[in-house]
Design a protein around this ligand. Structure first.
Ligand SMILES: [Zn+2]
Length: 312
């Protein structure tokens, strides 16, 4: 079984609590990653908005240091993945491939040079915004009236395409989303977003957005946040499965993956309380009549495909 989870916020939990990856107080820890057969894990550097004024890069660099220290501390089990092929190699060695993402372009502090330096430090995914407007684009909380990509945002997309980095459209408002799709020369990902048709939340994608991403070879990671799965009750495993089945219906089997958002969400679905349980989706998807091949795509091979295509 190959499982690729495109988004967790574990670095910011560890950074603020001072805990290590061995502590079992959140949704993600070393034993659970291993027992849960997670093969590739994207760790997001999420900078809290209180640090946006002049401290975003500083704070981001502290979390990048934590990422590298964690990999070094547990190098028997973890390895850095800076390319699609290195994910394959680590999987063959039985180690978990760890990818580094930045969630929120505030960390770039308006400079392409910082983007290139983040790449040099191992960052391979940038979620362009969190919920608000920044120098790159507008987040979904701003609504659709405050516009899309800035001219600096266009430069960022071009440079990310050039460097071989995954552009992540989760959290964007709709004008920004469509601007990104217009100018990117590579497929993009929505690392942790669901279908709005099943749960009407601004963080979720419309059918038109899902289709457009699928057509360009992009992949959408289904988010386990209860509020993005169900409006009025705590979600359960079935709600995650329903999202996956719906995304397949609208966009096809190539566009669906997993992006749990563990350690970044307050309420998890019943039956998916932490990352040791993600593998239960495998059997649940087979029960819905999906073939082995399709289930493997959803569990990890779609994200592996787009990682190989974009990261090399
Ligand atoms: Zn997020």
């Amino acid at each position: 079984m190959f499982i690729f989870d495109a988004h967790v916020d574990t670095l910011s939990r560890l950074h603020s609590s001072g805990e290590t990856l061995e502590d079992q107080s959140g949704h993600v820890c070393l034993d659970w990653l291993r027992n849960g057969h997670i093969s590739a894990q994207v760790f997001a550097v999420f900078v809290d908005p209180v640090f946006y004024q002049g401290m975003a890069l500083h704070r981001g660099l502290e979390m990048i240091d934590l990422f590298w220290n964690t990999i070094e501390d547990y190098s028997d089990y973890l390895g850095f993945a800076g390319s699609g092929t290195s994910i394959d190699e680590l999987y063959q060695e039985g180690r978990i491939a760890c990818l580094l993402a930045v969630e929120g372009g505030e960390v770039l502090e308006g400079k392409l040079g910082h983007l290139r330096n983040l790449y040099r430090l191992g960052v391979r995914v940038i979620t362009l915004t969190w919920n608000y407007r920044n120098a790159i684009a507008s987040g979904q909380m701003e609504g659709d009236d405050c516009g899309g990509l800035s001219s600096f945002g266009c430069e960022v997309i071009n440079e990310m395409n050039h460097l071989g980095m995954l552009v992540d459209v989760s959290h964007l408002n709709e004008p920004s989303f469509w601007d990104v799709l217009r100018i990117t020369s590579k497929p993009v990902i929505a690392s942790h977003s669901n279908a709005r048709e099943l749960c009407n939340h601004r963080r979720n994608l419309t059918d038109d957005q899902i289709k457009a991403m699928a057509e360009m070879g992009g992949v959408i990671g289904v988010n386990f946040c209860s509020a993005f799965l169900s409006k009025d009750r705590q979600a359960a495993v079935d709600d995650v499965i329903n999202q996956i089945m719906y995304l397949i219906d609208v966009g096809g089997v190539q566009c669906v993956g997993l992006g749990s958002d563990f350690d970044g969400i307050s309420q998890t679905p019943i039956g998916l309380e932490n990352c040791s349980q993600t593998y239960v989706l495998y059997d649940e998807l087979k029960k819905r009549g999906l073939s082995e091949d399709v289930v493997e795509k959803v569990m990890g091979h779609n994200f592996l495909r787009v990682a190989k295509e974009v990261l090399g």
